[in-house]
Design a protein around this ligand. Structure first.
Ligand code: ARG
Ligand code: ZN
Length: 875
């Protein structure tokens, strides 16, 4: 059942137009479709038969060709296909299916979420609605009529413009929508429900007025403002930075509670997971506000990078996702602090994507094969794909990159294309040769750069030698060297930037120079240096690679306070902390390096520093990152060592933390500006550290902050600090009162779950079971599953990796249980187990056994099958 990129063939038949009619009932839905089809002139197949995809369709009610009902022997329908034996070169195919959205727990295709009908068609959900050539290179214009009960479903939505509406018999009504832009069926959407509408408008750069509408359940009507404002900012930004204007007259956003992913960019009708769009000061944290802004922008940006120009096949998924993530990351950087945004992206990449890229599911940004495409909505496709686009921009420069993107959009508007077409547009617009660069799309694995340096005092020459190696990954060995932009700087003893004068060209380069690595080994000679410089390597994380260099703690401390590159300043602090924590592993009583405390003391004392950066620097490297860096990680030991450093630092810096807490108390009213977000973050980190050592003054501050906060960031910050403290009574009181106050708000309850399931203090297996028994926990709701089971396995690492393996067995049991109802979510939950080979046998063997117990379940879904089998494959 493996599908290969090399087997790609153009579609034999094309669809010009689709006329749909949905009859929605409590007991199911009847879907009528009429496809205007013709033979594809670009296909070399002479096949006279027509093949359509189908999945989980309850019943095929009828098939007709050019208006004439077909006899049973003229076609063949099976579980996943409808084959019409003989079709002419041009025809109209009518298909009527009956489906049961109310029983659709997979949340793919048409389903019901808290009483409303909604759809998720990417990647292959449209085939769960009707038989159709379900592939992105078949693009059609859609006309959609929706009929439903008028009282239960007053709002009926689909893509494009509403062109007709009216009443029907039996209290029913209909609305007809027409989308003038041809699109693949994965961008089709339908919503029917009793929703409130929020309106706004946007005036485009060419002077058109766009109707902006949000649809939410009545109880959420006060949580729309932030998404709406974010949308308008994104629309303006895309005009200014990419010259992209919106194309339809209406743009709609709908929030649904049950959703497998974050959100979906359906043409003109974006559908969001409630948690990625609804926000108010009282219910959403600063982090949620920022996340919502970026996801709203992401889905909006897809209108060009994804919808107007789409993917030829699903191997090209990163064409739209990598590029769109890059666009939304630029947008977020422009809206807030670019350095902080870069730190957040690099953290995620180095922790989770690097792990994926060195595990059994490692795949290139453009994969060669897959069994189930939903398993390939990965960090590699999204985040590494984003980094690949970022590197193109770094290599070309901002202006040339814009020329390239203009050409790309112009050349391919209305087409379904490949990542190679994207790179070619960049080359053609600028004259750059990116042939070696293309390996970033083809080779999996994280490149490893080993850096050595040497200073020749007599000659005043400093040499940097950089070797690159790319580890083997499943199915790929002996990789070729890649084209890597490597940004560097050299610092003098006072922290000043030294001029970079390369021997090759003898030209004074600007202070910040991007070296281009293309060979297995490169040596760069910098001239005119009268002292040994301190190198600042891979500035701004200019490529998604690992860098090895024998930094001394003195160098790291120096960079931490002097590097003009904010990212590397932060990174030096992380490396120093990693080094200190690692040195405590195994060793019994080695003391925590006083140098670390000194460095952090300086950081806390200096209020002239960018407080957003300080807030980031104060966070110690996560356990997940420390595990990722270790060879055969001993999780409980890593946890203990990190806790020890945290405790030691909190004690040593107690007074500074208190001062930092008070200094960052904000007097005025709540606002989400980069500055106030940074201050809240700093203050809550200080609080967390104080409660980590059960400081009495900290306890008092936490309880009063918990009671008095006028926003969720501070309330949750205090709750989290209490939950992770030894103050049992305060913890239980806070948890209870928080729940009582917010129990009717699912988004807040999700956070309440996460605080507990992610805490190594409270979140043992017993707690997890207790949360799963809780009345608001719901097996049909992906957010609840993620916030309890996903957070436990992904963030509560000491509990998940508990010695006896109970965490692994627990996770396997939940995967087996979910596999029947929602295979997509089940497959995602498996992920923490897939890296069993990384761990020492005490843990690894038990993880493997847990995987085997999933493998042995009967009737395993294709989604889970692929992940489990690939993880167990090999030696
Ligand atoms: N295209 C959506 C986005 O990134 C995600 C859709 C995910 N669908 C899926 N079946 N995994 O904005
Ligand atoms: Zn996307």
């Amino acid at each position: 059942q493996t599908i290969y990129l090399k087997d790609y063939r153009a579609p034999v038949f094309l669809v010009d137009h689709v006329d749909m009619r949905f009859e929605l009932f409590e007991s199911g839905a009847r879907v009528h479709s009429v496809l205007s089809m013709r033979r594809n002139p670009d296909s070399d197949s002479a096949d006279k038969s027509l093949e359509l995809d189908g999945d989980s369709l309850t019943r095929l009610e009828s098939v007709s060709l050019d208006g004439n009902p077909l006899e049973q022997d003229a076609y063949e329908d099976s579980i996943d296909k409808l084959v019409i034996h003989q079709v002419p070169d041009r025809f109209e195919l009518g298909v009527v299916t009956w489906i049961e959205p109310q029983n659709n727990t997979r949340l793919e295709g048409l389903y019901k979420s808290s009483g409303m009908f909604c759809t998720q068609c990417e990647a292959e959900g449209f085939r769960c609605i009707t038989y159709f050539p379900d592939r992105p290179d078949v693009m059609a214009r859609f006309r959609t009529r929706i009929e439903a009960d008028k009282t239960l479903f007053p709002i009926l939505l689909s893509n494009g413009n509403d062109v007709e509406k009216g009443d029907l018999e039996d209290g029913r009504h209909f609305v007809t929508w027409e989308d003038p832009f041809p699109k693949p069926c994965y961008l089709f959407a339908l919503v029917a429900g009793d929703l409130v509408e929020k309106r706004d408008s946007f005036n485009t750069m060419s002077g058109r007025d766009i109707d902006l509408r949000m649809y939410v359940e009545p109880r959420n009507s006060e949580k729309c403002d932030h998404a709406m404002e974010s949308l308008k900012r994104a629309m303006r930004w895309d005009e200014e930075v990419y010259g992209r204007e919106y194309d339809l007259d209406i743009f709609m956003i709908v929030a649904v509670d049950d959703f497998n992913m974050g959100a979906m960019e359906n043409k003109g009708l974006n559908i969001f997971n409630s948690s990625c769009v609804l926000a108010s000061q009282e219910t959403a944290t600063d982090l949620a506000f920022q996340r919502i802004e970026s996801i709203v922008a992401h889905e909006y940006f897809h209108n060009w990078s994804g919808n107007r120009v789409t993917c030829r096949d699903w191997f090209q998924l990163s064409l739209k996702e990598g590029f769109t993530v890059f666009r939304d990351s630029q947008f977020s950087a422009d809206m807030g602090s670019p350095t902080v945004k870069r730190i957040e992206d690099a953290t995620m990449l180095r922790t989770a994507q690097f792990a994926e890229d060195s595990g059994p599911m490692a795949h290139p940004v453009r994969p060669e094969s897959y069994m189930e495409i939903t398993n390939f909505y990965t960090l590699t496709i999204y985040e590494k794909g984003c980094e690949v686009v970022r590197m193109i921009r770094t290599l070309l420069g901002a202006d040339m990159f814009r020329k390239g993107s203009d050409l790309y959009f112009e050349r391919h508007d209305g087409q379904a294309v490949t990542t190679d077409d994207f790179v070619r547009a960049m080359e053609d617009a600028t004259g750059r040769d990116l042939s070696q660069f293309r390996l970033w799309y083809e080779q999996a694995g994280t490149p490893e750069l080993t850096v050595r340096d040497q200073y020749d005092e007599a000659a005043g020459i400093y040499r940097l030698t950089i070797d690159q190696a790319i580890p083997d990954t499943p199915g790929q060995t002996n990789k070729k060297p890649q084209h890597i932009p490597f940004a560097v700087g050299l610092l003098g003893a006072e922290g000043e930037s030294l001029p970079l004068k390369l021997a090759v060209d003898d030209v004074e380069a600007p202070v910040d120079r991007v070296l281009e690595l293309t060979e297995t080994s490169h040596t760069f000679e910098f001239h005119g240096l009268s002292e040994r410089p301190t190198p600042s390597l891979l500035r701004d994380f200019s490529a998604p690679v690992r860098v090895f260099y024998p930094w001394t703690r003195e160098q790291l401390t120096f960079l931490m306070s002097h590097d003009p590159d904010g990212f590397n300043r932060w990174d030096a602090g992380q490396r120093l902390a990693v080094d200190v924590i690692s040195s405590l592993l195994g060793a019994g009583s080695e003391a925590v390096d006083p140098g670390l405390i000194k460095a952090y003391r300086a950081l806390l004392a200096d209020s002239s520093l960018d407080q957003a950066l300080v807030a980031k620097m104060l966070q110690l490297p996560s356990e997940a990152y420390l595990i990722e860096l270790a060879e055969k990680p001993n999780v409980p030991a890593i946890h203990k060592a990190r806790e020890r450093v945290l405790e030691h630092m909190a004690r040593a810096l107690r007074d500074e933390l208190l001062a930092c807490y008070h200094r960052n108390t904000i007097a005025g009213s709540y606002e989400v500006t980069p500055e106030s977000v940074a201050r809240r973050s700093l203050r809550n980190t200080a609080l967390a550290w104080l409660l980590h050592i059960d400081d009495e003054e900290g306890r008092a501050l936490a309880t009063s902050q918990f009671a008095d906060a006028d926003n969720m960031t501070d309330r949750l910050g205090a709750l989290r600090a209490l939950v992770n403290s030894g103050y049992e009574q305060e913890r239980e009181q806070a948890l209870t009162s928080f729940y009582e106050r917010w129990k009717s708000d699912p988004q807040v309850v999700e956070q309440w779950f996460s605080v507990q399931s992610g805490s190594s203090r409270t979140g043992g297996l017993r707690k997890i079971h207790e949360l799963m028994e809780h009345p608001t926990f719901d097996w049909k709701n992906p957010n609840k599953i993620r916030s309890v089971i996903g957070v436990f396995a992904g963030q509560n690492l000491p509990a998940f990796h508990e010695e006896e393996g109970s965490g692994y067995r627990f996770l396997a049991e939940q995967v087996r249980r979910l596999d029947d109802s929602n295979p997509q979510i089940a497959a995602r939950l498996v992920s923490p187990l897939t890296r069993w080979r990384k761990f020492a046998p005490v843990h690894g063997d038990q993880m493997r056994m847990a995987l085997e117990s999933i493998r042995d379940k009967s009737g395993l879904s294709r989604d889970v099958y692929e992940v489990v089998h690939k993880s167990l494959a090999g030696q």
